[in-house]
Ligand binder design. Structure first.
Ligand SMILES: Nc1ncnc2c1ncn2[C@@H]1O[C@H](COP(=O)(O)OP(=O)(O)O)[C@@H](O)[C@H]1O
Ligand SMILES: [Mg+2]
Length: 222
């Protein structure tokens, strides 16, 4: 097995004026390539803060973070953006799609930032949307799609730059039970194809479908 993520003693403290708010209090974490992991904890336990650090969207206050052999603590913002863009796909609770753009346009967007040649963006986006079962919905805008379909567009968008890691922060939080299960089935399929998946949830029925559950409470994992 090859280690993808190695974290040691990660802390994150927010500063609100005079007040400091310690949120992550010394997190140690190892995730191997190809794993399917749930991070579970109640609201406010630090899940999103941890995901933002995992996904190079935010920086640690202290500690070590090595991703695919890269010492990210030493990376500048541009280097972090490159890792984020090339290696990591994101799925959020509220989908975060552009409302005026079609499914196809939403999925093409990350390729613009990744400098994928214009000529192949459309075909690649189409392929990703077919992969998530949306071949009939390429030209619909988000408000013309159900919640489950919107989350599928978001998953296609996460996949389009062929990431090694998909980070999903409460991806079923805005969906009904049946649609949630469809989304989890899709993530399970992607993991079977070799993509490492880290999923945040507060529902044990979701977490139990992954291969490993990491519990977080008050900024500490156990
Ligand atoms: N930017 C911020 N500034 C100050 N406090 C924050 C910030 N982001 C999160 N927090 C606090 O950190 C704690 C954990 O938040 P979060 O990581 O979003 O938890 P979860 O995703 O598990 O609900 C909460 O108490 C929250 O209020
Ligand atoms: Mg959260």
């Amino acid at each position: 097995m090859t280690t993808m993520i190695w974290m040691k003693g990660i802390t994150k403290t927010y500063r609100l004026g005079e007040i400091t708010v310690p949120v992550l209090k010394g997190i140690d974490l190892n995730i191997e390539e190809g794993e399917y992991v749930a991070i579970m904890g109640v609201s406010g336990s630090g899940k999103t803060t941890l995901m933002n650090i995992l996904g190079c969207l935010d920086r640690v206050t202290s500690g070590h973070y090595v991703f695919e052999g890269n010492n990210l603590i030493a990376y500048d913002d541009n280097q972090l953006a490159y890792i984020r863009n090339q290696r990591i796909g994101f799925v959020f609770q509220q989908f975060n799609l552009l409302p005026r753009a079609t499914a196809l346009e939403n999925v093409m967007l990350p390729m613009v930032y990744a400098n994928v040649p214009k000529s192949i963006r459309r075909e690649r986006a189409k392929k990703a949307l077919i992969q998530v079962g949306l071949s009939e919905w390429l030209h619909n805008r988000p408000n013309q799609l159900s919640g489950g379909q919107q989350q599928r567009v978001a998953i296609a968008r996460a996949l389009v730059n062929h990431p090694a890691l998909v980070l999903a922060d409460e991806p079923t939080g805005a969906l009904d039970t049946k649609t949630s299960q469809d989304v989890i089935n899709l993530l399970t399929e992607l993991n079977e194809q070799g993509i490492t998946i880290v999923l945040v949830t507060h529902e044990s029925a979701i977490a139990s479908q992954t291969k490993r559950v990491i519990h977080i409470q008050d900024g500490v994992v156990f």
